[in-house]
Write a new protein. Sequence first.
Length: 101
Amino acid sequence: MNTFEKIYEVVKSIPYGRVMTYGQVARLAGNPHWSQVVGYALHVNPNPNEIPCYRVVNRFGETAAAFAFGGEDAQRALLENEGVKFDNDGRVLMEEFCVKA
């Protein structure tokens, strides 16, 4: 499996209604230094219907400002549709919705 394939497998394992950080995905894919690589891989996601890249947020629980698959606020809307809650600053409530990995 190449690096992107490893990343996609981790992302596919994120449960419905939960999120992971770029760093968590990188670590689980095999290298904790791959956080930026995770971002690149998700930006070129070959199958957004099967690889739920919108479930990946930054370490502060922030969504991408210019989400590649739907534009601004699309990522938040997708997460909210799964029941993920946000604080008043627009950050995912990480204690409740982040996978403990």
